[in-house]
Design a protein around this ligand. Structure first.
Ligand code: AMP
Ligand code: ZN
Length: 139
């Protein structure tokens, strides 16, 4: 059976869809973190960001770019936290790529992306950068 987000993209199960675009669908999260909490998904089933085809990745971010302003205006928010849980280790519960678009207000009690990580890391920047550049050369 197709995953829940595939079924929403295909119109097989109900959702508060706000936009259906070429390659991407945006709908309200059923357990919103704030009014106007929207999920934007690729219309094809892909579990991880790195496995998206480039055109699909572009369509996904094009949809985010198009809807973020209207969402903020609709709920009278001042800002937006935009995030992806990518992989089970991050808390991703639905294994179909989805971008959380969460309207924010000053003093709403939620933190920044930095607040997710309580400890940070002390690894030397240069060696981490070298390792990533080396992987990029192979990709
Ligand atoms: P994540 O933890 O990043 O995988 O987030 C999955 C999100 O999907 C959660 O915020 C859920 O509330 C949301 N969700 C799960 N099922 C549905 C559904 N049928 N319609 C809308 N949102 C859903
Ligand atoms: Zn799916």
């Amino acid at each position: 059976m197709a995953c829940v987000f595939c079924r929403i993209a295909g119109g097989e199960i109900p959702a508060e869809v706000i936009a259906r675009e070429d390659g991407a669908t945006a709908f309200l999260d059923v357990t919103p973190l704030a009014d106007g909490h929207v999920l934007v998904i690729p219309n094809v089933h892909v579990g991880r960001v790195e496995d998206l085809e480039p055109d699909t990745a572009a369509a996904l971010f094009r949809a985010v770019h198009r809807i973020v302003g209207p969402i903020r205006a609709a709920v009278g928010a001042e800002g937006t936290t935009i995030g992806i849980n990518d992989g089970a280790a991050t808390g991703q519960t639905v294994p179909h790529v989805h971008v959380h678009v969460v309207p924010r207000r000053t003093g709403d009690g939620a933190g920044s992306v930095h607040s997710i990580f309580p400890h940070g890391t002390r690894q030397e920047l240069a060696s981490v950068a070298r390792a990533i550049r080396s992987q990029l050369e192979r990709a």
